[in-house]
Design a protein around this ligand. Structure first.
Ligand code: HEC
Length: 146
């Protein structure tokens, strides 16, 4: 009887843990490690000298503009990963909270699966031109971003 009690207690505990936000964010961290960190490093610092931007802080700036928000989905690393649209949305939301820093606008609304589906269906013709456009606009708004 005691054994059965402990077994059900453990099962309930495990189910609660798996459903908890802490476990959900662990899943996003693992997705980031598996799908993105090969280029971006596990801390998002990238290799700026080899053309992999340091995402820390800067993705928060991009979210100030609709085209910047879209760019974070349309950039090939995100759009062309093997993750489905729902997992991509939650991964991006995890990245915003873990790597976006204080630059994330207070009114940021989380990415949704439908938004990722729509943006993936609308790829960027010229990635580096789109990136430059977002950065130039942010600089004109007075944000210090290179
Ligand atoms: C093969 C290397 C590679 C992988 C893997 C990769 N990226 Fe990237 N990522 C890049 C490069 C290079 C850029 C700069 C823009 C460009 O040229 O595509 C970039 C830019 C970005 C940016 C915009 C940052 C900026 O300042 O332009 C985001 C957001 C991003 N990647 C997300 C991801 C996510 C999410 C994953 C995993 C699902 C991922 N990337 C996987 C190479 C990669």
């Amino acid at each position: 009887m005691a054994k059965g009690f402990y077994r059900s207690f453990l099962t309930i505990g495990l189910a609660a843990l798996l459903a908890s936000p802490a476990m959900a964010s662990e899943r996003e961290r693992i997705n980031f490690l598996l799908h993105c960190s090969g280029c971006h490093q596990s801390d998002g610092s990238g290799s700026p000298d080899s053309g992999i931007p340091d995402m820390r802080g800067r993705i928060g700036h991009y979210l100030r503009l609709p085209e910047g928000r879209a760019y974070l989905v349309q950039v090939p690393g995100t759009a062309q990963s093997s993750l489905n649209d729902g997992d991509t949305a939650t991964l991006l939301n995890w990245m915003v909270s873990s790597l976006g820093g204080k630059e994330v606008p207070a009114d940021f609304s989380p990415y949704t699966r439908d938004e990722v589906t729509r943006l993936r269906g609308n790829p960027l013709a010229d990635v580096s031109a789109a990136r430059t456009q977002v950065i130039t606009r942010l600089q004109k708004m007075g944000y210090r971003i290179e």
